[in-house]
Design a protein around this ligand. Structure first.
Ligand code: ASP
Ligand code: MG
Length: 470
């Protein structure tokens, strides 16, 4: 039986002609008769941010001119094509496609500027251009090196709901379409190069799966194809015991379970999008995280359960900027009900809730939110909340810059009170004041709400504990 592998290459891995040559070499090294390979690509590094900037410029919230930003994008992608593609027809074909996409983006930016009604829909069309263009570069590079390949837009087979900017794929239609569209190529040994990050509604409107969503695309495609593995190629070795830009003595996590990695990603580790886990877990499809630029390195292996459960502390992560909504308990009020109504209202406003915390006296509940919520989102949220809870006054949702969230991740931490107590004591002994703590998601993490000035200290302390368990 052939091994069916979905390989996803991130923005840095496809961000220059040299990087794409590296991608081609990786595929050549793995393209044996035993493998069927499908490739999912991100936009070249920085392109989606530039597209986002165009939108902000069109809206007038950012200085500068979107048509200049679009020409910067054009320049960057053309430069890659000039250096990468040897054949004139390939190059010309790419330039034609790129021009078409950029003209479309220019029109859409004008609509954004004119305050069009269907703003999220237009934003998605603009944001998706990086991925939509990238497949032609990577696929042509494979073809010119003698590997047979075809560029495919994921919007033809990942069918989503119409939650633009953060769409969710619909099943079983997506799985059916993936099989129908991709399998014939795989069976013939042709390598599909597929745009990450995008999908479309059933009536053909382009959607995106949320920032960083190309990992999720790879997972959706792997599940649809019943692949044997997903390989995420990126610019770091894999999941580390903590963010190496904060601490020097970090180590690679060589093996970790789906649930642990979910919590790690959810609480701030940027290597993998948390949604990646869900389509794979049910089908037990393992993930390998690999470094495009150090191909031989071991990487991180993510799978169902990790044999050595003694290593029950895997990593520490932190989110420095959180918004806190505090809810004070009223007499006779069931806080559980109030909190769940607030959670629903947050979800309906597309605001990501990171954790629900109680202060020591249990009379105030803090809801930690990952982004700094804008005034527009805030009023939208308060309106929705008001519909559910008439007569209840809520303190306004605030960004408290002095608050931060650090999370220790490990196998069933919640069921290990000794370990949890040890982590708390470690922090307290180092002088970190814990405002509140909470388990969330999968029982594999313990998060602490602390003041921002203690962020690094807390991570250092918890990381020492991780190393002592390794
Ligand atoms: N290009 C998209 C982003 O920057 C998706 C991704 O790279 O995963 O968010
Ligand atoms: Mg990413």
């Amino acid at each position: 039986m052939k091994q069916r592998i979905v390989m996803k290459f991130g923005g840095t891995s496809v961000g220059s002609a040299n990087a794409i040559r590296k991608v081609v070499a990786i595929i050549q090294n793995n393209n044996s008769l035993d493998y069927e390979i499908a490739i999912v690509v991100s936009a070249a590094v920085g392109i989606t941010d530039l597209l986002n900037l165009c939108i902000s410029q069109a809206l007038g919230v950012e200085n500068g001119n979107y048509s200049i930003t679009l020409s910067i994008i054009k320049g960057r992608l053309q430069e890659i094509a000039e250096k990468l593609l040897r054949l004139k027809p390939d190059k010309e074909n790419f330039f034609d496609i790129l021009n078409k996409f950029l003209e479309e983006a220019l029109d859409d930016c004008k609509k954004v500027k004119g305050n069009a009604e269907n703003l999220p829909e237009i934003k998605d069309r603009i944001l998706s251009i990086g991925e939509r263009a990238q497949i032609y570069l990577v696929s042509s590079a494979l073809n010119q090196s003698g590997l047979e390949s075809v560029p495919l837009q994921a919007s033809d087979f990942i069918i989503t709901n119409n939650s633009f900017l953060e769409a969710t794929p619909l099943q079983p239609i997506t799985n059916e379409k993936i099989k129908e569209r991709l399998e014939p190529f795989l069976l013939k040994g042709i390598i599909p190069v597929i745009s990450g990050f995008i999908g479309s509604t059933s009536d053909g409107k382009l959607t995106t799966l949320g920032r960083g969503g190309s990992d999720f695309s790879a997972a959706i495609i792997a599940a649809g194809l019943d692949a044997n593995e997903v390989w995420i190629w990126t610019d770091v070795d894999g999941m580390m015991t903590t963010d190496p830009s904060l601490i020097t003595n970090t180590r690679l996590v060589t093996e970790i379970s789906y649930k642990e990695v979910y919590d790690l990603a959810f609480f701030g580790a940027r290597v993998l999008h948390p949604k990646t886990i869900q389509p794979l877990e049910g089908k037990k499809i393992p993930i390998q995280i690999k470094n495009t630029f150090k191909e031989k390195n071991q990487g991180t292996h993510i799978h169902l359960s990790v044999k050595n459960s003694k290593r029950n502390l895997k990593a520490v992560t932190g989110i420095k900027r959180v918004s806190i909504l505090s809810l004070r308990k009223r007499r006779n009020e069931d806080m559980g009900t109030v909190v769940s109504l607030v959670e629903t209202a947050l979800a309906n406003s597309n605001i990501h809730l990171l954790g629900v915390f109680q202060d020591i006296n249990k009379d105030t509940t803090f809801l930690a939110i990952s982004q700094i919520v804008s005034d527009v989102d805030l009023s939208e949220f308060e309106k929705k909340l008001g519909e559910h809870l008439p007569g209840r006054n809520f303190p306004r949702l605030q960004h408290r810059p002095s608050q931060t969230l650090v999370t220790a991740v490990g196998h069933l931490i919640q069921k290990n009170p000794l370990l949890s107590a040890k982590l708390k004591i470690t922090l307290e002994n180092a002088g970190v004041v814990i405002q509140a703590d909470a388990y969330r998601n999968t029982e594999n993490s313990l998060s602490f709400l602390i003041s921002e000035q203690d962020h690094l200290k807390a991570i250092q302390q918890l990381h020492n504990e991780v190393l002592s368990h390794a």
